[in-house]
Every structure is written in structure tokens, then in C-alpha cells.
Design a protein around this ligand. Sequence first.
Ligand SMILES: [Zn+2]
Ligand SMILES: [Zn+2]
Ligand SMILES: [Zn+2]
Length: 166
Amino acid sequence: MCQGSAIAREPLSAAVRRAERARLRKVLRAEGYAVTAQRRATYDALLDANDHTCVEHILEAIQRAHPTWRVNKTTVYRNLDLFQALGLVREMRHEDGRAQYELALHGPHGHLICRQCGALFDLDPALAATVQHRLREHSGFAVDLAGHALYGVCARCATVRQGAVA
Ligand SMILES: [Zn+2]
Ligand SMILES: [Zn+2]
Ligand SMILES: [Zn+2]
């Protein structure tokens, strides 16, 4: 199981959810995939969470919404892989190989993760662009900050640590 964002996002509006459900159907059909109830439920779980979430949490949400269904992790993984391939979902890989997923509608962005408490923050895209620009100027290296996580210590854990030293 994972932690969501340290700063929770506002829930998606009914209009956005409707538009996203329609987009899922359209994209699946356009690419020749069936619009199955399981695929819809998987996407619904992501829309409901509107956060960085994991396979376990998505599976739990599907089982809560559809107690009679027999869904397993493999099915959820498969659907998430498909959504990724179709550009509907983005995956973030942790150092330990675990993955978290979020809706692609939030746009590509990097993440900051606290090694001590696991707090997760979206990396501000403007700040990421500045870092990318400076690194390219400095070393000619085009760093890819979206889809990856930068690890460190969050402000809260840093304060606690300082407090312990003082
Ligand atoms: Zn989770
Ligand atoms: Zn922390
Ligand atoms: Zn994110």
C-alpha cells in the first residue's frame, strides 16, 4: 500500500469525471479495445482517488464498488499497462520497484519523496523546467524529471531532525 500526496488534491468535478469516462471509452474504441466493465471500474478508481495510487488501493476500490466481482492484481496491472500505453495514466517507479499511478490529465511532472516518512509531493513544473534548463546549460545533459522521483528529506522531517540535535 502507498501514501498519497502530502498535499491532497481537490476531488475531480462531476463534469471532469464525465468527460474522462467519455475519453476512456473513445480511446479504447479508437484503438480497438473493448470497453469492459473492469476497465471502466479501474479508471473510476483512479478518478475517485485523483491521486498517486497503487495497484492494491485500486483493487480495494474496485472490490468495494463491486463486491461480487472476482478481480485480481494481475487484471488491474494489465489494465493499468493498457491505460499507460494509451496515454491515460502515468506510472511513477520508486527506488524499490514499487509503482504508483496517476491520471495523465495532470500533465507530466516529477515527484519529490521523503526517504524518512514517505511523504510525496508533485514537483512544480516551472521549477523542474528551470532545473532542466540549468543542467542543459551546465553539462549539455537533458534530464528527464517527469516520471521519476527525487528522493530526500521533507521539511517536516528535517525540522524534527534539527530539533533532536538542538
Ligand atoms: Zn496505494
Ligand atoms: Zn518526511
Ligand atoms: Zn504526481
